[in-house]
Design a protein around this ligand. Structure first.
Ligand code: NDP
Ligand code: HEM
Length: 511
């Protein structure tokens, strides 16, 4: 990018803001650095002694600059802002986020592309991660969503397998279209999400021009421990805009960081004139436990949506992104979202995929950032944490002299006496412990059929089949045929159209 936009001027702006404050260079122990551009040598052309602590610390810290990238969603961008409640929800939840109209809660948001590595292009066909961290008065609430209301699978055991099939082939180190379509065609529960992915919305124009979805079914708990099932939806105020695949391909070459740049620019200040900050309107869909029992579909299956007509969107808030990170590594790369961070009033559900995610993320963070990742400023709750966890790598808050065991007779900390009011009501659960393979095959086609037959018009349908055919063409013949069978099960005419294009002349465009 040649234009001197806000991102390009970051260093100049830093200089102006910090001119008075810039002190002398020191090492990390605060000891003044003698010469920042020369190593210590014995004689002008001589060797470097081990005594050159300045050089040794400098080189060894550099060697440790990279932490593991996220195993998925490695490439992304983030920002900060606030959530504003526009409809109080106390009938359903004790959550402080929804306790009063106009109540504001600080948030962090990270957008991401799923399959690519850290340096990959932003404008590829891939779901976009859309994760929200709410710094509530009562702890962190992480809503770790995507730009689609559904997902590729309903059982967490499939996630690593699915991801392997989408990432690099271990021999060629390239994306492998046999693996891609092999997995998809052997797992028809993925077809709903695959159709979203290859539709126009599969390549959003930017992170700002897309909706977000908590996707799973969550629970809301009110002060009487009454439970209501809930979906969270955040709709873009910028309007949905997508990229034409050929344009996306060009941008990927010209500016692989296109979406990162767009987000940064949209939030930056220009000559004192504040741009219109990106914002989203926040909705819930609600379902009572009694309604849940009457549904023809499983409301806890993330491959399904809740139809809007029966479960209308209820507007409850909006959020605005108005601050870029002051340092990307500190505040975005180290951001850690955990679906198990559910602050009072919001809970989990029997959604099997969510159950798996309640474990997976904190485990990932302990590997990527260490046992004390929640002490990193950007992950820290705004309220005080009091517990019995101690020590570990990079511990910066070890709770002083407070008792590190419980029960104790030294004043606690004791359990929250109000917690009973927001724990979910007791639930009777019984069943035979077993593997249930029929769960794999459960109603894979009814909603994709509605999407094809009732949601998409002729133009979007046409583009969907062309996008699909172009990608299916890249797999081998057996896999192509099996994949076509899956789409044929969605709808006969979709199958016929696809077959025609795959075995005749679909133009291959970018994915
Ligand atoms: P509605 O007609 O009320 O809603 C259709 C939804 O489809 C709208 O939310 C619309 O989003 C969205 N949509 C339109 N084009 C695309 C696309 N290319 N990719 C993804 N979403 C798109 O229908 P129902 O609620 O009865 O659901 C019918 C079908 O619509 C479902 O089977 C599902 O496939 C799809 N759908 C449903 C959603 C839901 O939560 N109920 C959400 C998204 C899709 P917008 O309003 O922004 O234009
Ligand atoms: C990131 C696992 C399903 C959205 C991640 C990470 C892991 C993971 C390990 C990397 C975390 C990190 O290192 O910080 C899983 C597993 C899933 C699953 C095991 C299924 C069982 C989903 C679903 C969604 C989703 C259904 C959305 C609805 C995200 C997002 C990120 C992410 C947005 C990036 C968060 C960030 O910006 O830091 N996932 N995931 N994942 N996942 Fe999932």
């Amino acid at each position: 990018m040649s234009s001197r936009n806000e991102a390009a001027k970051q260093l100049e702006k830093w200089k102006i803001q910090n001119e008075e404050k810039i002190g002398f260079a020191t090492n990390s122990a605060g000891i003044p650095i003698v010469n920042a551009k020369t190593s210590l040598t014995i004689g002008k052309y001589g060797r470097i002694p081990l005594q050159d602590w300045q050089l040794i610390e400098h080189l060894s810290h550099f060697n440790r600059e990279r932490i593991p990238e996220r195993v998925v969603h490695a490439k992304g961008a983030g920002a900060f802002g606030y959530f504003e409640c526009t409809k109080e929800l106390s009938a359903y939840t004790v959550s402080k986020v929804f306790e009063a109209v106009d109540k504001r809660t600080s948030i962090a948001v990270r957008f991401s592309v799923v399959a690519g590595n850290l340096g990959s292009a932003d404008t590829v066909r891939d779901p976009r991660g859309f994760a929200l961290k709410f710094y509530t008065d009562e702890g962190i609430w992480d809503l770790v969503g995507n730009n689609t209301p559904i997902f590729f699978m309903r059982d967490p055991i499939l996630f690593p397998m699915f991801i392997h099939s989408q990432k690099r082939n271990p021999v060629t180190n390239l994306r492998d279209w046999d693996a891609f379509w092999d997995y998809i065609s052997l797992t028809p529960m993925s077809v709903h999400q695959v159709m979203f992915l290859f539709s126009d919305r599969g390549i959003p124009k930017s992170y700002r021009h897309q909706h977000g979805f908590g996707s799973h079914t969550f629970s809301l708990i009110n002060k009487d421990r009454k439970l209501t099932w809930c979906k969270f939806i955040y709709k873009t105020d910028q309007g949905i805009e997508n990229l034409d695949p050929e344009e996306a391909e060009k941008i990927a070459g010209r500016d692989p960081d296109y979406a990162v740049r767009d987000l940064y620019e949209s939030i930056s200040e220009v000559d004192g004139y504040i741009k219109k900050y990106p914002s989203w309107t926040f909705y819930v869909q609600l379902m009572t436990p009694e309604q849940a029992k009457l549904q023809k579909f499983n409301p806890f299956d993330i491959t399904k949506v809740w139809p809007h007509k029966e479960f209308p969107l209820i507007e409850v808030g909006r959020f605005v992104l108005n601050r870029n990170a002051s340092n990307n590594f500190a505040e975005i790369e180290q951001l850690a979202f955990s679906p198990n961070n559910l602050s009072p009033g919001v809970g989990a559900s029997p959604d099997r995929l969510l159950q798996g995610r309640l474990f997976a993320y904190q485990d990932a963070h302990r590997y990527r950032l260490g046992a004390n990742f929640q002490q990193i400023p950007v992950n820290k709750p705004i309220n005080l944490t009091n517990n019995f966890q101690r020590d570990g790598f990079m511990c910066s808050f070890n709770q002083g002299g407070a008792p590190n065991y419980y029960p104790n007779s030294f004043g606690g900390p004791n359990s929250d006496p109000f917690a009973e009011s927001w724990t979910p009501p007791p639930e009777y659960v019984a069943g035979f412990e077993n593997y249930y393979p029929e769960f794999y095959e459960e109603d894979n086609y009814s909603q994709p059929r509605v999407f094809w037959e009732q949601v998409l018009d002729e133009g979007p349908k046409n583009r969907l089949v062309h996008n699909l055919a172009g990608a299916i063409k890249l797999a081998n013949r057996t896999i192509q045929e099996r994949t076509l069978d899956v789409f044929n099960n969605v709808s006969d005419d979709l199958g016929v159209l696809l077959k025609e294009l795959v075995f005749n002349d679909a133009k291959i465009i970018q994915f």
